[in-house]
Design a protein around this ligand. Structure first.
Ligand code: SF4
Length: 505
């Protein structure tokens, strides 16, 4: 017989919030594993010693954790969910009949605390992972991913139309040149093109946009040089073959640990910041957070620049990073892979078997130039495939090319191959998890410092989930009892509650 449910609300209930939350609930496990009282000293200096008591900062951080754990990216919706979700209420220490803080509290606290407090919060999650036995010496995996900005392409306006951010000195000079063009030179090049672009003198965000000619080329129509988002001026235009144009930031992360599962560094930048320039910062951040020196680093080809190899070598770090170099030739002509270097003699042998000796150096590019004897190439039968203009063929080699050769040999051995293979599943797995479940796909907040906070919170929940899993596995076989109540900073009422149900018709 088909049943039919008829809701008949009682006037009085005898129940306990604690009993309603399952023993194996993730929030209960986190509350057991983490003593959130560390938040008080972090937050203390940001409150006055007089006045009305604030919302408990532990409640604020726990609320944010709930949002990132369950992918609730809207803070309004988060507080609405907390209002009706018993487990969330239990985690925060709010009883059935207690009012939940307003969503605006989260915004205020974010501005009040700034990035330093949230970084410490993230750092604490790493220490919890270490206490759970997840962290130790081993390779550090580094990578970066784009995070969509909370701004539409519709918000793009010409830079001239906006006053925020103001033009930098370099941009202003470029604008002056653009507004007052000089006569064309004979070869058609204008003096504007010869303006040097110096990354080192560029301020942190805005002008970085202008220092990436590749990005300008790829942006197809709308460039960061000309357009800025009115909604989020710090978001930058990127172009991806699959997604087309979009506004984005970039998340640079390091992952380490015995199983390579703990996020140890997370840095937010504009969407066009080259990850190869951030490698040292990410590794420094890893060491600062974990207290463990990096001995081996694994990353993809984008990080394989000579500058990175040199700095890693000087720091005593073993690199497992495929070099970012072009071995194939230009326009179908033979590339460097057709030439064999003999280190004992410091010469190359060309495809025709002719020796190519040192012919000089190229200090600006930090390279040595190698050539055959004059006249050799002109009479060579292979020159149609070898030298584009029928001239003497040249091959160059970095002063520190031996470092690149070492890395190439290292990543070809079984250990190197295994680490390169692991990189994909480890750090890219973290990105996938963050994007799928923990709000990394798109920023909710505008401005790079808020995106940085979001990144740390995403990393924190990933770490806490790992730590809780490890700690739970360690306790496997020990059944939780009613006395195993969480040592939460907020007192949880475990006694049965009696209250009047006032919503009955
Ligand atoms: S063109 Fe010159 S460098 Fe090339 S294969 Fe011939 S001799 Fe060697």
């Amino acid at each position: 017989m088909m049943g039919k449910r008829v809701f008949a609300p009682k006037l009085y209930y005898q129940l306990s919030l604690d009993q309603l939350v399952p023993q194996n609930h993730l929030l209960r496990q986190i509350a057991t594993a983490v003593d959130f009282s560390f938040v008080y000293p972090l937050a203390k200096s940001h409150y006055s010693h007089t006045g009305q008591p604030s919302i408990d900062p532990v409640v604020i951080f726990k609320s944010m954790l709930i949002g990132y754990l369950y992918g609730i990216t809207s803070e309004r919706r988060l507080m609405s969910e907390i209002q009706v979700n018993l487990a969330y209420r239990w985690f925060l220490g709010y009883d059935f009949d207690e009012a939940i803080p307003d969503h605006s509290v989260l915004t205020k606290v974010r501005s009040r605390f700034g990035v330093a407090v949230f970084e410490k919060f993230f750092e604490r999650s790493i220490h919890i992972c270490a206490e759970a036995g997840l962290l130790g010496e081993g390779p550090v995996y580094v990578d970066a991913t784009h995070v969509g900005a909370a701004a539409s392409l519709e918000s793009l306006v010409q830079r001239e139309e906006t006053v925020s951010p103001p033009l930098s000195v370099k941009d202003y000079i470029q604008k002056v040149y653009k507004d007052n063009p000089e006569p064309q030179e004979e070869d058609g090049a204008t003096s504007l093109k010869s303006l040097p672009v110096d990354d080192k003198t560029a301020p942190e965000y805005g002008p970085e946009v202008h220092s990436h000619p590749e990005t300008r080329k790829r942006s197809r129509g709308k460039t960061n040089q000309e357009y800025v988002s009115r909604t989020d001026p710090e978001a930058t235009i990127i172009h991806r073959i699959r997604d087309g144009l979009r506004l984005a930031y970039k998340a640079h992360m390091a992952v380490a640990g015995k199983r390579g599962l703990v996020v140890t560094a997370a840095i937010a930048t504009t969407g066009i910041a080259g990850e190869e320039h951030l490698l040292n910062d990410v590794l420094k951040s890893h060491t600062q957070h974990t207290g463990i020196l990096v001995k081996e680093v694994v990353a993809d080809t984008k990080y394989g620049t000579l500058a990175n190899y040199v700095s890693l070598d000087q720091a005593g770090v073993t690199a497992f990073i495929p070099p970012h170099e072009r071995t194939n030739g230009v326009n179908g002509f033979w590339g460097k892979d057709h030439f064999r270097y003999v280190p004992e003699q410091d010469i190359y042998f060309c495809p025709a078997g002719m020796p190519m000796k040192r012919a000089g150096t190229w200090p600006g590019k930090k390279r040595v130039i190698y050539r055959c004897e004059p006249g050799t190439c002109q009479t060579c039968q292979l020159r149609k495939e070898c030298t584009p203009y029928g001239n003497l063929r040249t091959v160059t080699r970095f002063f520190d090319q031996s470092l690149i050769e070492e890395v190439k040999a290292r990543i070809e051995n079984p250990v190197g191959k295994e680490l390169i293979r692991q990189r994909k599943t480890r750090i890219e797995g973290i990105f996938a998890l963050g994007k799928e479940l923990h709000g990394l796909r798109r920023t909710r907040l505008m401005g790079i410092w808020k995106v940085q906070i979001q990144l740390w919170l995403t990393a924190t929940v990933i770490n806490l989930k790992r730590a809780v899993k490890a700690l739970t596995a360690r306790l496997e076989g020990v059944a939780p009892t009613q006395t195993d109540n969480p040592p939460s900073a907020i007192a949880i009422t475990t006694a049965p509650l009696y209250f009047s149900f006032t919503t009955a018709n």
